[in-house]
Each structure stands twice: as C-alpha cells, then as structure tokens.
Design a protein around this ligand. Structure first.
Ligand SMILES: [Zn+2]
Length: 320
C-alpha cells in the first residue's frame, strides 16, 4: 500500500521541491486485469501528457484531460489516484500517463510543455509529485527496453510498473540509483563546498556521489568526501531525501563532521574545494563571485539548512 507522507514524518530538511508526491499509487490496483479498459470507460479518469520529459501545462496547472477525450495508446502507465481535495481534480481521481514521441501542438494548442525543473516551481504540490513520478517511470521504460537475461525486448505489464520478458517470462522492476549528498562541517561549523569540473568556474555545491553495490549510505558518505576532497569525515547523519529523475537518482541528504584540514580536489570530478563561513557565503553570493545550486535541488536545501535560512539574507548573529 502506498500512503501520502504526513507532516509529522517530515525529515529535518522539510518538504523538498521534488519530494512532494501525495498520490495513492494503488499498487494492488495495478495488478487488476483489464485495468486500462476500466479506466478508459470512466470519464473521470484523467490523462497526464508527457513528451521528451516535458508535461503539457495550462496556466500553471498540469493539463489533465478526461480519458474520454484521449485516444488510448498501446502502453499507458497508471500513476495512482489523487488524495488531496482540489477544485479542478477531485480526490480519488485516477491519473494515467500517456507518452508522446514529441510535444504535440494538437494536445496543448494554447498551452505549453514544461520540463520538471521549471514545472516543479510553478505547479501545486499534488501535481509536482505526479510529474516527478511520471518522469521517473518514463525514464525507466526508456532505458530498460530489453531483458538483461536473454536480450529479448520486454513488454510493460501491471499498469506499467513491471516489464516482462516474453521469452523466459522473467519480470523486471523499476530501478532507482541511490546517491548521497552531504554538508561537511569543521570544528568552527564552516561548510565544505566543491566546484565540479563540469560546471562554470564560480559554481559551488555540496559533495555528492553514487552509492556503490554492497555499500551502506554512511560508508558512501565517508568514501565520496575523501575521494573528492581528501577530507576524512565521521558521524554521518541523515537529513532527508528527494527523487532526482535525471534520469534515475534518489538523492539522500546527509551532514557529517570533519577536523579542519586543507582539502585537496581530486582534479577529475572536482576542480576546487574550500571551506566557507556563513559570512563568506553571504558576501560572495551577494557579490556574484560564487553561485550556489538552484532552488529545486536538495543541495540548496542542505546548504540553507546549515546556513540557517535563505542565502540572500544575512546570517543570524552569533553564527560563524
Ligand atoms: Zn528474457
């Protein structure tokens, strides 16, 4: 059974922009035979249109068309039912994902097709959650088309949440790649930030990396920070997570402590890595000497969690 995340269970990072899914994913319903026959017979069923990882949007709302207006495609995906009351989409509305090869003017003539990073900041919570789910499951299908055992092309089943191999009948389930991301602080509560070799020179963020097979999250935190900066951390502590379906990551936010030492960038993934006080970050961001990760990222939330508020406000008195 899937269930909406209640306020009482929010982790220390609070509600993150891409972690706002509230739909009842209806894992039992997915198994129902003739699921899509039944959904297409109900005019209340709504269709979310996706193309090139972009959703059809009308006036800052997802364009959720009645299934009666939409030709049923070969492989729709069941996203679940809404649980939040909404004037436009009643609670309990079934939502189905329909994908198109490219954004089609015929579907959204006076509307637009928005990517997830843009849409996440304009959509209401319930719809932002649906779009994250839609993009993530769509990416999995796009990247897992064939059986890893025998190479046959697999076919979607169970509402689009499983792929089945017709040759050996093996079942294949959606994958998510866990990645840790971490605010490292020293004894004076300064923050360690790095600049990736793939970024513009003045952009800095928290260190991050994929969890390796057979590795715990805590071990991944310690390994990644040492690899990228030479800094040895201890006491990793979990702060919160959000899906990052570009294409399939789940970002797991941590904080960890380190003795103050001179960091050394690995030169491969990280070209510069430094300690920052709150005052330094405030001054350098304000003077545009550095830029910090954008609003939708968990990196931004982690940095502001350490900073104690928005980066465009002066740090609270008494904080280093
Ligand atoms: Zn196979």
């Amino acid at each position: 059974m899937s269930q909406a995340v209640g306020i009482s269970s929010l982790p220390p990072l609070g509600s993150l922009p891409l972690a706002r899914g509230t739909a009842d994913r209806g894992s039992a319903l997915r198994m129902a035979p003739e699921l899509f026959d039944r959904l297409w017979e109900q005019p209340e069923t709504r269709v979310l249109h996706l193309a090139d990882q972009r959703a059809a949007v009308r006036e800052n709302r997802l364009l959720l068309q009645s299934a009666a207006e939409v030709e049923r495609p070969a492989n729709p995906i069941y996203l679940g039912s809404t649980v939040e009351a909404d004037p436009e989409v009643p609670a309990g509305t079934h939502i189905v994902l329909v994908e198109h090869q490219s954004p089609q003017a015929s579907i959204a003539p006076e509307d637009s097709w928005l990517g997830l990073r843009t849409a996440a900041s304009v959509l209401v919570t319930q719809e932002a959650g649906l779009l994250v789910e839609a993009v993530a499951i769509s990416n999995w299908h796009a990247n897992h088309t064939h059986c890893p055992r025998c190479g046959q092309r697999t076919e979607p089943t169970e509402g689009g949440w499983v792929r089945r191999c017709p040759a050996d009948e093996s079942l294949h389930y959606p994958r998510t790649d866990p990645a840790i991301i971490v605010t490292v602080t020293d004894e004076e509560d300064r923050l360690l930030l790095g600049s990736s070799t793939a970024w513009p020179d003045n952009r800095y963020s928290t260190l991050a990396g994929f969890v390796e097979p057979g590795e715990s999250l805590e071990a991944a935190v310690i390994r990644e920070v040492e690899e990228e900066s030479g800094i040895v951390v201890h006491s990793p502590q979990y702060l919160g997570s959000q899906p990052w379906p570009f294409p399939a990551s789940l970002m797991l936010g941590f904080t960890a402590k380190a003795a103050h030492a001179e960091p050394v960038p690995d030169g491969v993934e990280i070209k510069d890595v430094r300690w920052f006080s709150r005052a330094e970050i405030f001054e350098q961001v304000k003077a545009e000497r550095i830029s910090i990760a954008s609003g939708a990222s968990i990196a931004r939330a982690l940095i502001e969690h350490w900073y104690g508020g928005p980066l465009d406000e002066e740090p609270a008195a008494g904080r280093p």
